[in-house]
Design a protein around this ligand. Structure first.
Ligand SMILES: O=P(O)(O)O[C@H]1O[C@H](CO)[C@@H](O)[C@H]1O
Ligand SMILES: O=c1cc[nH]c(=O)[nH]1
Length: 238
């Protein structure tokens, strides 16, 4: 057991999918995993472990935002020995050519969070995805015909911003979309030498203002789950 997870040692698999929404974790377990067993109940942050195509896989909710996500990622790595961490989340598009329901594979993540100023002072750390996971995910997404973008994203500490045009600065520099966790995940993966990737589905659009419903975000973004699960199949430990 760790402070925020009450799974037994060995109960969580080396490969873990990480949705922000704990109910999406339950949906993933019920839809994609064989014989899923709930491994966490603490704070209602649901986590399950089962098998996918014969390989043990876990799915663990992280909550919203870098601080919450980093608590779970720290404990998964340090207390449970997890090696392949794949966030499966929703994001807001910054660009007209990145549409609602498209997939985004986060090759790197900018952030307005202070997490890495605390670590690195005035120097800037560049949080990046694991190349092998990224390459596998991209190939799988392309083979299945999912509209998929690969590039930089923004991990923001704020969902509601005072300046609703501020995102344009990031879009001008090629940043595709905004979410709230990947930079923290990638930083910890670098620190502990494990693999990490963030696979996102665009749920709303900062330019066109198109949105999806909470039910759709919880229950229907299955393409990114397939991509994440298949990308991790048969991976060696790093
Ligand atoms: O759908 P999830 O994985 O929660 O991700 C996105 O949705 C939440 C905001 O609504 C933030 O956690 C953001 O990163
Ligand atoms: O963090 C997020 C997630 C989805 N949509 C947004 O606008 N922001």
């Amino acid at each position: 057991m760790s402070i925020h997870l009450n799974a037994e040692k060995g109960q969580i698999a080396e490969t873990v999918l990480l949705p922000g929404d704990p109910l999406r974790a339950q949906h993933i377990a019920e839809t994609f995993l064989e014989n899923p067993v709930q491994h966490n109940t603490v704070r209602g942050m649901l986590g399950f472990t089962g098998t996918y195509k014969g390989q043990r896989v876990s799915v663990q909710g992280t909550g919203m935002g870098i601080p919450s996500c980093m608590i779970y990622v720290n404990e998964l790595i340090q207390d449970y020995g997890c090696k392949n961490l794949i966030r499966v989340g929703t994001a807001g598009s910054y660009r007209e050519d990145v549409h609602v329901r498209d997939l985004v594979l986060a090759q790197a993540a900018c952030t307005d969070s202070n997490i890495n100023r605390v670590r690195f002072g005035e120097r800037t750390f560049a949080p990046i995805a694991d190349f092998e996971l990224l390459m596998r995910a991209y190939q799988i997404a392309r083979e299945r015909g999912f509209t998929t973008h690969v590039g930089n994203i923004m991990s923001s500490d704020t969902f509601y911003t005072d300046d609703r045009t501020e995102f344009q600065r990031w879009a001008d520099y090629g940043v595709l979309a905004v979410e709230m966790e990947a930079a923290g995940l990638y930083t910890l993966a670098a620190k502990y030498g494990v693999r990490a990737l963030t696979v996102l589905t665009i749920s709303d659009h900062l330019v066109t203002h198109e949105v999806t419903t909470a039910e759709e975000r919880q229950l229907t973004f299955n393409s990114m789950i397939e991509v994440a699960l298949d990308a991790a199949l048969g991976l060696d430990s790093k």
